[in-house]
Design a protein around this ligand. Structure first.
Ligand SMILES: [Fe+2]
Length: 729
């Protein structure tokens, strides 16, 4: 037990000292703001009262947000905050009384957030929280943080970024490694939590787990052995943060560096848009505003994020009604970090999960009017299913569609002949020969008009994500998206919402920094696969967009933004979400030389993209039946980087089977991205006690000021990616 006065002996502030200027001669008083000397009391190790330890975030030249959570019953609890420039707390920062003594409020799950202002720029600070209980002060672990350098400082900036940290059955070896880095801060690009307690489609069913106390408040999903819950109540979401933040490796990272976080989908719900979830793939409306509010509140309580520059210094601040999380940070002359929110304002995915594959969305007249010609992938359709062939197909189709879970109301008007014949053939299989319905003969099909139906966009099965959010046919999707964009005056791809978008572009445009780093949640660079050369059924010999939940689902808005960003120059996107490491560029349609560089970082722990893709294919009723499909998924990096199909020449590096993080070092000349890779198999092993045995691979890339080229460090020489040959030269 140490007496508090021992800590304070050197730094007891007097009224006289308080009047001294902040940068005055006394090194012991770093930030003399009014504060009373703390009373003497016994100090004791309080780590048991701080089961989530401490964290800091949103560093700015003069301020940083400090966070802790105290656990001791249901009452509001007294907490004191201490900040110093040394880990021993001999050089203490005098805090304003309103900050030095705060309450851990029950209504905020006893989370405490304090925004400390008036700090020196580019300076390391240490902080701790003291839970005052009776005569004893229980001290948290010591956190280290660092303010941002002054805007005019010509300094290198070094930070890491991470994303996707599924906790269930997986270990945070990534954080074990990251904690050893020398960094100014780290960025979290989302999926800090996963809202489900073990979704068998992508989460482990063994090892460490998450369970909800408030099961009644959660959403029950799955059946039998694969039943699980998704968070819905505030209690559920808080419990997720508490559990995730109980991890010692994650705690170590929070204790070492300030974090700048945005959210992606899983902080609320998988593949969400606004307040709408996608578990039921369009079987019902999943909009749930209360659930979204609960998710946001827990995030706000548990993440060390700023509560707004205009807000009063209110450690117990509640979630403001106009809560927005997009925000920017300046780190000296060279880095301007612009963090977006690509989940809260975006529209629904373009192709509904419940869409009836046969429904024609672009008919021949529309296509010719808009494109002056029919695209190659336009397919024959009957003009009116109700009257075609005296309506014999209408009743068969409606019945079959309803049985398969489609909306029979979609089975009207123009319907794909291919789908009619597929369904009729299926129905005929169960019927005696004399009751079978004849297929539409090829001769009739040859004379039909051609258009694009949902099936031609990739929709193959009922109420599924394939062909809606994933694996859409690129060539038809891009046509459809462009026409919808025009028709809705951009609303169909309004990813950011008008207010955020103009803030985003204004911020980028107004930035004087060498590097405008965009903290971007999901892949900006196009990621298509071209399956035409592979030995698979004819129907799949197409180019597919991997993920319409990412920017490939918004190609027109992407192009519009890129036009501005290319013009501004020096913009680099850092990205998470896809659980893979990629380096590449996103270029303008029509002029791929106009582009911006993107570095995509792998998941902290969530199943790597290759694994996810393989299980998605294996789990889809249609794709699993395609011979060779799982093998193709297993070879995804070769498919993405194929020099035969040249489908992604802008993609310079693909590693879809690893975990890890990326370290960025940015100066006035270059921005270096070092991808730190941990093999996928190692996620099952806890290396906390054997960290020397953890293998960490490293691959260095860079881009230079005034260019948008990518270079790789090839044993000491920088080689440039040449998209035309798809080689490093
Ligand atoms: Fe994720």
């Amino acid at each position: 037990m140490l007496k508090r006065r021992d800590f304070l002996r050197a730094t007891l502030v007097t009224a006289g000292a308080l009047a001294a200027p902040a940068c005055g001669g006394d090194p012991e008083i770093v930030n003399p703001v009014a504060g009373e000397p703390a009373p003497e009391r016994e100090l004791a190790d309080g780590s048991a009262y701080f089961p989530q330890s401490v964290a800091s975030g949103d560093p700015r030249p003069g301020s940083v947000v400090l966070w802790a959570r105290v656990q001791d019953g249901e009452e509001d609890l007294d907490v004191e905050v201490e900040v110093a420039t040394d880990a021993e707390f001999t050089q203490r920062v005098a805090l304003d009384a309103g900050l030095a003594k705060v309450k851990a409020l029950a209504r905020h799950d006893h989370c405490v957030k304090v925004k400390v202002r008036g700090l020196s720029a580019g300076t390391v600070y240490y902080y701790r929280f003291v839970y005052v209980k009776g005569d004893t002060g229980y001290v948290s672990r010591v956190g280290r943080t660092k303010t941002a350098p002054a805007e005019e400082a010509d300094v290198k900036v070094r930070f890491a970024y991470v994303s996707c940290q599924d906790y269930i059955g997986r270990f945070y070896n990534t954080y074990l490694a990251l904690a050893e880095e020398e960094l100014d801060f780290f960025v979290h690009l989302g999926d800090y939590i996963y809202e489900t307690t073990g979704d068998p489609s992508f989460q482990s069913t063994e090892g460490r787990s998450v369970a909800f106390t408030d099961k009644a408040g959660a959403i029950a999903l799955g059946e039998g052995d694969s039943a699980f819950h998704a968070a819905r109540s505030l209690s559920n979401y808080r419990e997720l943060y508490r559990t995730y933040r109980s991890d010692a490796n994650l705690q170590k990272v929070h204790e070492s560096f300030p974090m700048i976080a945005t959210w992606d989908d899983h902080e609320f719900s998988n593949d969400a848009f606004g307040a709408t979830a996608t578990y039921f793939d369009d079987r019902k409306d999943e909009t749930d505003v209360e659930r979204r509010k609960a998710a946001n509140q827990a995030w706000f309580e548990y993440q060390p994020v700023d509560y707004g520059d205009d807000a009063e210094q209110d450690p117990g601040a509640s979630l403001p009604d106009d809560f927005r999380i997009y925000r920017d940070f300046v780190f000296g002359q060279h880095v301007h970090l612009v963090m977006t929110d690509l989940r809260s304002y975006r529209p629904d995915h373009l192709i509904p999960e419940g869409a009836f594959p046969g429904k024609v969305v672009l008919d021949a007249t529309t296509l010719i009017e808009e494109l002056q010609e029919l695209p190659e992938l336009a397919m024959p359709y009957v003009d009116d299913i109700e009257t075609y062939s005296d309506g014999i197909y209408a009743s068969v189709l409606k019945e079959a569609a309803e049985a398969a879970g489609y909306d029979a109301a979609d089975v009207t008007g123009k319907i794909s002949a291919l789908v009619i014949n597929q369904i009729v053939a299926g129905v005929n299989e169960g019927l005696p020969e004399d009751m079978q319905v004849p297929l539409i003969p090829d001769e009739a099909i040859a004379f039909m008009e051609r258009g694009i139906a949902y099936v031609d966009l990739g929709k193959l099965s009922a109420h599924g994500s394939i062909g809606a959010r994933y694996l859409t046919v690129k060539d038809t999707f891009d046509i459809y998206a462009a026409l919808r964009y025009k028709e809705t005056q951009g609303a169909s791809e309004d990813v950011m919402g008008a207010e955020q978008e103009s803030w985003f572009l204004d911020t980028m445009e107004g930035s004087k920094a060498t590097w405008k780093v965009w903290g971007n949640e999901f892949c900006l660079l196009p990621l298509a696969v071209d399956l035409t050369p592979y030995a698979i059924p004819e129907q799949f010999k197409r180019r597919f967009n991997m993920n319409a939940d990412a920017w490939d689902g918004f190609p027109n808005k992407r192009n519009e933004l890129l036009e501005r960003l290319v013009e501004i120059g020096g913009v680099v996107a850092i990205t998470g979400d896809i659980h893979a490491f990629y380096a590449g560029t996103a270029g303008l349609d029509g002029d791929p030389s106009k582009k911006i560089v993107e570095f995509v970082g792998g998941a902290v722990s969530s199943a790597p993209f290759r694994e996810m893709l393989m299980s998605q294919v294996a789990g889809d009723p249609v794709l699993s039946a395609v011979p060779g499909a799982v093998l193709l998924a297993a070879g995804i990096d070769d498919v993405l980087m194929s020099t035969e199909t040249k489908v992604n020449p802008h993609l310079a590096h693909a590693d879809s089977n690893a975990h890890g993080y990326v370290v960025i070092e940015a100066s006035g000349e270059e921005l270096v991205a070092e991808m730190r890779r941990i093999s996928a198999a190692d996620v099952q092993t806890d290396y906390s006690e054997t960290s020397d045995q953890l293998e960490i691979g490293s691959k260095r890339f860079r881009t230079l000021r005034g260019e948008s080229e990518i270079y790789v460090d090839d044993r000491g020489t920088w080689k440039r990616w040449d998209a035309s040959t798809q080689m490093w030269i």
